[in-house]
Design a protein around this ligand. Structure first.
Ligand SMILES: NC(=O)c1ccno1
Length: 241
């Protein structure tokens, strides 16, 4: 059965890229099934209203709960994780993507305006897991871009979606570190040479060099990731870097 992704949004056309390239082919091959649903389908007034003024005052508008509950009752298979992109969420990471890729599918609720009435997430939690997640410390106009990012990160981990399985396993963050530099022909280019070890054919030395470069880059660019590594993740050779 295909990995099922459903997205509820007031801008369904924004999610059109989900049908392109990698995901498009995966969908054609029956590995992934994608549904995009317009929230306004579940409104009950002639103006198809989805938002209203915030209780307690404050700027902007809040998305009303009722259309969301009707939409999720129609779209969300019982027990399926509901993902709500929000700058106020827990961090979405490669580890979270791997966890979700092992589940049967996901439903995404794209909030606009100042967000969705909190009772929608509270109510939805009665019918399955709910994850309010952020893809980074910045604010977007709505959840749609975050959904494109998360769907790509998750579905590429589904067996068969990415041709070369190895390329997934050697991703940045797969082992908690950043990937080191990559090179291809020519060996010398505009006065810049490929590190000789990579042309040596000595696979053990190449593996050691790559690990050292990965550690060096992680220490330089993302010391927070290094600090977050489990105690036993770094061997004696690593500490020498
Ligand atoms: N940072 C985020 O994930 C986000 C989602 C909606 N707006 O910002």
């Amino acid at each position: 059965t295909p990995y099922r992704v459903d997205v509820v949004t007031i801008f369904p056309e924004y999610l059109a890229p989900l049908r392109q390239s990698l995901l498009g082919k995966a969908a054609e091959r029956g590995l992934v099934a994608i549904g995009v649903h317009d929230l306004r389908r579940w409104t009950d007034d002639v103006h198809r209203t989805v938002d209203d003024a915030p209780y307690g005052g404050g700027p902007g508008m809040v998305m009303r709960p009722e259309p969301w509950a009707r939409a999720l009752e129609a779209v969300r298979p019982p027990g399926t994780r509901l993902v709500v992109p929000t700058p106020a969420g827990r961090s979405f990471t490669q580890a979270v993507a791997a966890e979700w890729a092992a589940e049967p599918g996901l439903v995404f609720a794209c909030g606009r305006y100042e967000g969705i009435d909190q009772r929608v997430a509270d109510w939805a939690a009665r019918h399955g897991p709910v994850s309010e997640v952020s893809i980074g410390d910045y604010v977007l106009a709505g959840g749609e871009s975050a959904v494109l990012v998360m769907v790509e990160a998750v579905t590429r981990l589904i067996p068969g979606v990415v041709g070369n399985r190895e390329s997934v396993e050697y991703d940045s963050h797969a082992d908690g570190l950043l990937e080191g530099p990559s090179y291809t022909r020519p060996a010398s280019w505009r006065g810049l040479d490929v590190p000789p070890v990579l042309l040596s054919g000595d696979h053990a030395a190449i593996a050691r060099w790559r690990r050292a470069e990965s550690l060096r880059r992680t220490a330089a660019r993302r010391p927070d990731l290094l600090a977050a590594l489990p105690e036993d993740a770094l061997g004696p050779a690593d500490r020498a870097v």
